[in-house]
Design a protein around this ligand. Sequence first.
Ligand SMILES: [Cu+2]
Length: 142
Amino acid sequence: MITVRSPERRPRSARARLAAASALAAASALALSALAAASALALAIAGALPGAAASTARSATTHTVVLKNIRFHPATLSIRRGDRVRWLWRDGGLEHNVTFHRFHSRTQGGGSYTVRFAHAGTFAYRCTIHVAEGMRGKIVVH
Ligand SMILES: [Cu+2]
């Protein structure tokens, strides 16, 4: 009696074993993907940390002001202490200068002039050639 039932049971139990094995494989695949996700998250966190550290020790930025059409663009620029401002002559060779109370560029038809602003405050400047035309600017350092 048992020997008759046994061949009937065997395929079932074999199928059951196979099902159990594939379930285990699926479970381990899930575990692997969870592990992969966890390590990807760990990498993302590790990657984010140096970025957060870098943002607290902010590096200086260089801002650009373009001299064009007898104007400074932008006329008013807000920056942070330690930042640089670079003026770019883009007025088809027309001569301009960047003149502050205590320092100034050369009068030139092209090129650039860079100043680092170490102190907070509002610094007005102008082009002495075109001051009557309203060629003035302002750097606000925070
Ligand atoms: Cu000018």
